[in-house]
Design a protein around this ligand. Structure first.
Ligand code: CO
Length: 169
């Protein structure tokens, strides 16, 4: 049903534009994954500009992220899969020191209305919005004090695979 809706939407937006083949159209239709990945690569210039991807197999492409204490960090999360955010949603959530990952993941699973960030984000340092196929989310924050922190995707059940260490030196 969702796919059909998208196709219909594409047809409608096609009809509204004079041409369907132009570059402008390509940007709007949401299916141009390659274009998006090019844009993200350009951003990756500074040491603390980190790009992390999530796929349809419930995996991040990084298990470890290293930054320097007190420096600005920019996390760009890209969903490189084809599934909708309602079934394969991904976010990047960085937990405060001492917060148990499993306990947090369990609590987060019940916080659907706040995109799986429970208790107003009391346990987290930073997080992105929840995204689905082809989407990108960015969060910027200051690296906390030196130490090892956990990061995860808080979509229900994903923390079992989608997790890693955020190391501040
Ligand atoms: Co996920």
């Amino acid at each position: 049903m969702k796919t059909l809706k998208l196709i219909l939407l594409s047809i409608v937006s096609c009809a509204m534009l004079s041409s369907c083949g132009g570059k402008e159209k390509k940007k709007q239709d949401g299916f141009s994954y390659e274009k998006k990945s090019e844009e993200v690569k350009e951003v990756k210039s500074n040491a603390n500009d980190i790009v992390i991807t999530g796929n349809d197999a419930m995996q991040f492409n990084k298990k470890e992220i290293k930054v320097k204490a007190g420096e600005k960090v920019k996390i760009t999360l890209r969903h490189v899969g084809k599934m909708d955010k309602n079934v394969m949603g991904h976010n990047f959530v960085l937990l405060k020191a001492g917060v148990d990952l499993i306990a947090f993941g369990t609590k987060a699973a019940t916080a659907k209305e706040t995109e799986y960030i429970p208790e107003g984000g009391a346990d987290v340092i930073a997080y992105t919005k929840l995204i689905g196929r082809g989407e990108t989310a960015v969060v910027e924050f200051e690296a906390p004090e030196a130490g090892t922190y956990d990061f995860l995707c808080s979509f229900p059940g994903h923390y079992a695979l989608m997790k890693g260490k955020f190391i501040v030196e």
